[in-house]
Design a protein around this ligand. Structure first.
Ligand code: NAD
Ligand code: UPG
Length: 479
């Protein structure tokens, strides 16, 4: 029986391996992690992450051919293929701080693999890593294990799943990318991994490349995706200034088959653990390779994203007579997108911090994010992409976290919709209006509410990139 071990039981390792186990019943898959609480949760009825459809997949295979364990070394040493899916965050100090990927977890995993291996293995980079990381990993593995006759083949197999749709993305990926060495050993390893995916992915969707192309393609794909959002968001500011409607513009642009309709939704800004981190990493790599013009092109994608978050928060303040001091503002949605409880780099953190700095009282509701997480997110010091440390201005006594949108909005002066949860579309806005202070404002950062209906009820509505209410048009312009 082929044995697969995955180091890192996070948002990628857990769902990816669960689907692999489901689709390959004759392969034994073990996911290991140094975090005991995380592994305990994977072995319990309450999984450590919320992802639609995940519970069902895990229940079908757990303790049959899918296992979760903290016995990292044993499972690594017994396996034929080792996936490494540890976190690769942005460095917060030292050389490259604020941009470069922090490969500390990766390196320690690689050293451990070298230490415990007594048989040859395929080591698969699942984490998103800088281009040419495989070369460094090869050195660590071979220099630390060259006396035992053990051979390692390194493959790059970046993951393209998106949170909230991970299970579907894994069942029917647009493509699976495998990069390997051109040597006979390298090609044999590529074939072995391709055979695993071929259990459920059509061969024409499995792309095999050299190692560096695979590593760079992951960073490139995220940069292209984020660039589309910043493009449409930059357009949204111009729409508001001119009376154009960003949804109509995006539709008209997206029907060009060369451009395509997906990923053109204007928003309060993109969030998530990947886009910003991976673009920063790309910028750093460009700079290190003496390509400042290429670096500054990608920097602009992040600058526009920062601009969009600031622009939204400023719009809230300026619309409400330029002061939110002491005013209750309801925050609907804190996760970085719907159908996940993940808050990493969520635009809600930036918007909330700015409103709190302006002395607003926030009442936050999210169907999936725990109060503890929200408080943590609003209290930690953050690093901005340009390497300055930002001291969080979040004064937590101004923040309450509630378990219901109606409680959040009661006696509020304004509502900010920051995540596109489906339930926000069907709220009883007449009831909400009745219970709010007047004038009652809705600032829709996701274009999910029916603005026409809300205006009929009496709300003053701001929707990203849409023609402005006369109230908003007459307020002082914002940054
Ligand atoms: N989150 C996503 O949607 C997504 C999608 C595609 C790619 N990625 C990439 O995949 C990688 C993992 O992301 P994630 O969101 O799953 O991260 P995560 O933080 O959710 O999980 C990483 C896990 O690795 C564990 N870990 C760290 N060092 C370890 C070690 N030495 N031994 C054992 N366990 C160790 C941590 O305890 C943690 O549980 C990152 O490089 C990320 O960029 C993420
Ligand atoms: O038209 C759009 C699409 C997305 N977003 C926002 O962009 C962010 C990222 O969304 P999404 O890409 O759907 O989620 P992620 O889970 O971050 O997935 C991205 O990052 C992963 C980690 O690398 C990759 O694997 C995925 O392919 C890539 O889509 C979220 O805040 C979304 O709200 C928009 O504002 N407008």
């Amino acid at each position: 029986m082929v044995k697969i071990c995955c180091i890192g039981a996070g948002y990628v390792g857990g769902p990816t391996m669960a689907v692999m186990a489901l689709k390959c019943p004759e392969i034994q898959v073990t996911v290991v992690d140094i975090s005991e609480p995380r592994i305990n949760a994977w072995n319990s009825d309450t999984l450590p992450i919320y992802e639609p459809g995940l519970d069902d997949v895990v229940k079908q295979c757990r303790d049959k051919n899918l296992f979760f364990s903290t016995d990292v070394e044993r499972h690594v040493s017994e396996s034929d293929i080792v996936f490494v899916s540890v976190n690769t965050p942005t460095k917060t100090q030292g050389l490259g701080a604020g941009k470069a990927a922090d490969l500390t977890y990766w390196e320690s995993a690689a050293r451990m693999i070298a230490d415990v291996s007594r048989s040859s293995k395929i080591v698969v980079e699942k984490s998103t890593v800088p281009v040419r990381t495989a070369e460094a990993i090869e050195k660590i593995l071979t220099h630390n294990n060259n006396s035992r006759g053990v051979e390692f083949q390194i493959l790059s197999n970046p993951e393209f799943l998106a949170e909230g749709t991970a299970i579907n993305d894994l069942y029917t990926p647009d493509r699976v990318l495998i990069g390997g060495r051109g040597s006979p050993g390298g090609q044999k390893a590529v074939k072995a991994l391709r055979d695993v995916y071929a259990h459920w992915v059509p061969l024409e969707r499995i792309i095999c490349t050299n190692l560096w192309s695979a590593e760079l393609s992951k960073l490139a794909a995220n940069a292209f995706l984020a660039q589309r959002i910043s493009s449409v968001n930059a357009m949204s500011a111009l729409c508001e200034a001119t009376g154009a409607d960003v949804s109509q513009v995006a539709h008209a642009v997206g029907t060009d088959s060369r451009i395509g309709p997906k990923f053109l939704n204007a928003s309060v800004g993109f969030g998530g653990s990947c886009f910003q981190k991976d673009i920063l990493n790309l910028i750093y790599i460009c700079e290190c390779n003496g390509l400042p013009e290429a670096a500054s092109y990608w920097k602009q994608v992040i600058k526009v994203n920062d601009y969009q978050k600031t622009r939204f928060a400023n719009r809230v303040v300026s619309s409400m007579f330029n002061t939110v001091s002491g005013k209750k503002i309801a925050i609907l949605g804190f996760a970085f997108k719907k159908d996940t409880g993940d808050t990493r780099e969520t635009p809600a953190i930036d918007v909330c911090n700015r409103l709190v700095a302006d002395m607003a009282k926030l009442s936050i509701y999210d169907p999936r994010v725990l109060e503890e997480q929200i408080r943590k997110d609003l209290s930690v010091a953050r690093f901005d992409w340009n390497h300055h440390q930002i001291k969080a201005e979040g004064m937590l006594e101004q923040v309450s976290v509630v378990s219901d949108a109606y409680v959040a909005t009661k006696d509020a002066h304004g509502i900010c919709v920051l995540t596109e949860w489906d339930e926000f579309k069907s709220l009883d806005f007449e009831r909400i209006f009745e219970n709010m202070r007047k004038p009652a404002f809705v600032f829709d950062g996701r274009n999910v509410v029916d603005a026409v209906k809300l205006r009929e009820i009496g709300f003053i509505v701001y929707s990203i990139g849409k023609p402005l209410d006369s109230w908003l048009r007459n307020m002082p312009s914002v940054a």
